[in-house]
Design a binder for this molecule. Structure first.
Ligand SMILES: [Fe+2]
Ligand SMILES: [Fe+2]
Length: 139
């Protein structure tokens, strides 16, 4: 069923957002070093943004008749601040690629509201990517 394909895709996004929330919160708590106060605040801000993404995606899954995923992907503990920023950047890029694919899917499935929601989230993931890129350049 077309709806099931979309629910499955949104639930994949839900699981990835949960992973991102935990990863950012872990890094917020464990980040150390000279630049850490400003960087860990960015991690916290992003954790909260990803939480809102999860909420909106989960609400959409429910609207479509599904059950939001509560499974969490693998996250990593510790590392240097630069390593944390690097892996956050790679996770954001992965998310951007996946949201672009799911935006196309929602278009194919004839669901403009889901597509619009995913586009709004994509915009924020691109902002996260840009901010993290700038942090790495400053180092
Ligand atoms: Fe997100
Ligand atoms: Fe993000």
């Amino acid at each position: 069923m077309p709806k099931d394909t979309l629910i499955k895709a949104l639930n994949q996004d839900c699981a990835d957002e949960l992973q991102a929330i935990i990863q950012y919160m872990m890094d917020h708590m464990m980040g150390e070093g000279v630049a850490s106060p400003s960087v860990v605040e960015i991690f916290k801000k992003n954790a909260m943004a990803e939480m809102k993404h999860y909420e909106r995606l989960a609400e959409r899954v429910i609207y479509l008749g599904g059950v939001p995923s509560t499974s969490v992907g693998q996250f990593k503990k510790g590392g240097s601040l630069t390593e944390m920023i690097g892996r956050a950047l790679s996770d954001e890029r992965k998310a951007i690629k996946q949201y672009r694919e799911h935006i196309a899917l929602a278009g194919e499935q004839g669901d403009p509201a889901t597509r619009h929601l995913l586009e709004q989230i994509l915009l924020e993931e691109e902002e996260h990517e840009h901010e993290l890129e700038n942090l790495l350049e400053k180092k």
